[in-house]
Ligand binder design. Structure first.
Ligand code: PLP
Length: 435
């Protein structure tokens, strides 16, 4: 390869990939994104992700733990297995210290590649194969890495699942407390992917204390609301916290683990050398940028707006004749119950995407349909709140959803909705794009 081709911008070096990136950008900016786990990061985050930091091997940590009291991190001592990491150490230290400041914890690990491996590292650090664990039922919004039989977690550990009270959509804490006494879990996992209400950390703590279990809070979905002080924090209740950084936190793809200093030691070992090898320093730099942005007053306004928009959107959906699981939301997400209709969540979400509204099918509590069909649709406000949507726009979205879902085979109406969406999206300011 010549120096000339090394220096070519993407557009010229690979017009095919460039073209697809461009098309994806246009798709996202030209339609309505309502997938609750998705968001669009700030330009500074995207720049750091694409920064030339991808060359370096930095296995290990930017600190050593002191021998005489190995809970304490000694930042000046080199804990890497490769030379040349002085600057990388500073980048990772910045990300760690900002994460600790943002969430108020003693310890943070910022090397996690994603949410699923973050949970794997926590199990690896604190429980043994075959141990009993409890987590939210998958059909009630639990994540694959919370003990699904097709996931490593369900194959290695003995999971028992808790769910919600079907009528109210709220976690059945009484049953959870009773089942915990019987199942005697070593760990209980709180946090889910499709639960619209605030998780009661006080109750989870009490139940864990009653059986001597560790409490893992997986706040992947609502971490941004916690960071923006618009949602209660699990810090002070949980023993360990995991979160992705690319959902409501609006950062790069990846995850972090938060805990106290003592548990940090076991987490370090599980992450490296236990499960991961070389950390992705470009993603770590982008996480540092993300945490800095999350500490700005502007981000607190954003987090509150995400919740206000979701609440308003939920009320509008009810006015348009839809039933919501738990009758509303306290967070960023809404779960629409389509059991009163004669089609599945799958059919519904397929009709919506034709109109330019991007959602996902989702199980509802007590769902009679299988996961590939489902009887629900999950909606979230974070992405469009990032792009500037407020009440006026979310009221329009609710009415568009009604027009599509009241008659999912009416292609003429779907086309009309599609045109109205394209018009609104065009008139909206788009974030600066780099390419
Ligand atoms: C998204 C999510 C994960 C997994 O994150 P990935 O980055 O997709 O691996 C884990 N737990 C919960 C609760 C999530 O919402």
């Amino acid at each position: 390869m010549t120096m000339e081709s090394m220096n070519m911008p993407l557009k010229e070096a690979d017009p095919e990939v460039y073209g697809l990136i461009r098309q994806e950008y246009d798709r996202v900016m030209g339609t309505v994104q309502l997938i609750a786990s998705e968001n669009f990061p700030a330009r500074a985050v995207i720049e750091a992700t694409g920064a030339p930091l991808q060359h370096k091997y930095a296995e290990g940590f930017p600190y050593k733990r002191l021998k005489k009291n190995n809970q304490v991190r000694e930042w000046k001592k080199d804990g890497r297995y490769y030379e040349g990491n002085q600057i990388m150490d500073q980048i990772e230290r910045l990300a760690i210290e900002r994460a600790q400041e943002l969430f108020g914890t003693e310890y943070a690990c910022v090397q996690l590649f994603s949410g699923a491996p973050a949970n794997e590292c926590v199990y690896e650090a604190f429980i043994e194969y075959g141990d009993h664990v409890m987590a939210m039922d998958l059909a009630n919004g639990g994540h694959l890495s919370h003990g699904s039989p097709v996931n490593y977690s369900g194959m290695r550990y003995n999971f028992m699942h808790y769910g919600v009270v079907e009528d109210t959509g709220i976690i059945d804490y009484d049953k959870l407390a009773k089942d915990a006494l019987e199942h005697k879990p070593k760990m209980i996992v709180a946090g889910a992917t499709a639960y619209p209400r605030i998780v009661d950390f006080v109750k989870f703590r009490e139940i864990c204390d009653s059986v001597g279990a560790e409490l893992l809070v997986d706040m992947s979905h609502f971490a941004g609301l916690v960071a923006g002080k618009a949602h209660p924090t699990p810090v002070g209740f949980a023993d360990v916290i995991t979160t992705t950084t690319h959902k409501t936190l609006r950062g790069p793809r990846g995850a972090v683990i938060l805990a106290d200093e003592e548990r940090g030691k076991a987490i370090d070992r599980a992450v490296f050398p236990g499960i991961q090898a070389g950390p992705h320093l470009n993603e770590i730099a982008a996480k540092a940028v993300c945490f800095q942005l999350c500490m700005q007053p502007e981000f607190q306004e954003y987090a509150q707006k995400v919740i206000d928009n979701a609440r308003f959107f939920g009320e509008e959906m009810k006015k348009q004749g839809f039933k919501l699981v738990s009758d509303g939301t306290d967070t960023h997400l809404i779960l629409v119950d389509l059991r009163d209709r004669n089609y599945s969540g799958n059919k519904g979400s397929k009709a919506l995407i034709k109109a330019g509204i991007c959602t996902n099918r989702n199980m509802v509590p007590g769902d009679p349909r299988p996961p590939m069909q489902t009887s629900g649709i999950r909606l979230g406000s974070p992405f469009m709140t990032t792009l500037g949507f407020g009440n006026d726009e979310f009221a329009k979205v609710a009415s568009w959803i009604r027009r599509v879902l009241d008659d999912i085979k009416n292609d003429e109406e779907i086309e009309k909705v599609h045109n109205e969406i394209a018009e609104l999206c065009q008139s909206f300011p788009h974030p600066d794009f780099l390419l």
